[in-house]
Design a protein around this ligand. Structure first.
Ligand SMILES: [Mn+2]
Length: 240
């Protein structure tokens, strides 16, 4: 099976469509949360994922969109965008978001937004944090998002190594514990404004990363049209 692994789409439909076209034929779509928030197309993105039969987990922006207390911890721009998201989303979007669990496991893979220890909030950016997360699950592999950074931690005989995947990078899954982050479809933060995504090939036991250029100006125009914060619009140019 070829499985698209998408995280932090953040209501960016243009980025999502180009990513799906680039990844090509897939047998399944797994998402790692933060489907909505920041971006201008929450209903259309959820509709698209629903149509694809995507399964996944909720992120902190998804639970905030449902009225959760997470919004209190957002910065001023994220909060304004979330208030708009809450007012905008259709009942069907709300229903779909409600069905997304905090964590799920699919064969050898645990899916979470932040980390296995704290699916809602923990940002895994260091090897020690990854080690604690990997100890928390019974599957060899963890797929996570939240940081918006394509990043891999692999436990090599008790030493956790850090790998920063680029476009086209391939990681072979050989049984050693791995925590892998596809990066963000809708709001990359590693300085590369292109959408980031990953494909899991279960026959070959490998992960492959993709970076995909999309119509950033189109997303920015859509954000401007609904009055989303200027700083959120601008950061898409820089991938920050
Ligand atoms: Mn996010």
């Amino acid at each position: 099976m070829r499985i698209a692994v998408l995280s932090d789409i953040h209501a960016n439909l243009r980025a999502l469509e180009v990513v799906l076209a680039t990844l090509g034929e897939v047998d399944a779509v797994w998402h790692l949360g933060d489907v909505v928030g920041y971006g201008p197309d929450p209903d259309a993105v959820v509709e698209r994922l629903r149509g694809l039969g995507a399964i996944g987990v909720c992120g902190n922006h998804d639970t905030a969109a449902l009225g959760g207390p997470e919004i209190a911890y957002f910065n001023v721009d994220a909060r304004r965008a979330m208030e708009w998201t809450r007012e905008t989303i259709a009942p069907t979007t709300r229903e779909w978001l409600t069905t997304q669990p905090e964590r799920r496991s699919e064969s050898d893979f645990s899916l979470v937004h932040g980390s296995p220890r704290d699916p809602t909030w923990e940002y895994v950016t260091t090897a020690p944090a990854a080690r604690l997360g990997l100890e928390f699950v019974t599957t060899p592999y963890v797929l996570n998002g939240h940081t918006h950074l394509p990043l891999v931690f692999r436990d090599v005989d008790g030493l956790v190594e850090t790998i920063t995947p680029a476009d086209g990078s391939v990681l072979r899954l050989d049984g050693r514990p791995v925590m892998a982050n596809p990066g963000s479809v809708g709001q990359p933060r590693d300085g590369d404004p292109r959408a980031s995504a990953m494909v899991l090939d279960t026959e070959r036991s490998e992960l492959r990363w993709y970076r995909v250029a999309y119509d950033i100006a189109g997303t920015q125009a859509a954000m401007r049209a609904v009055g989303l914060p200027a700083r959120l619009i601008e950061r898409l140019d820089h991938g920050l």
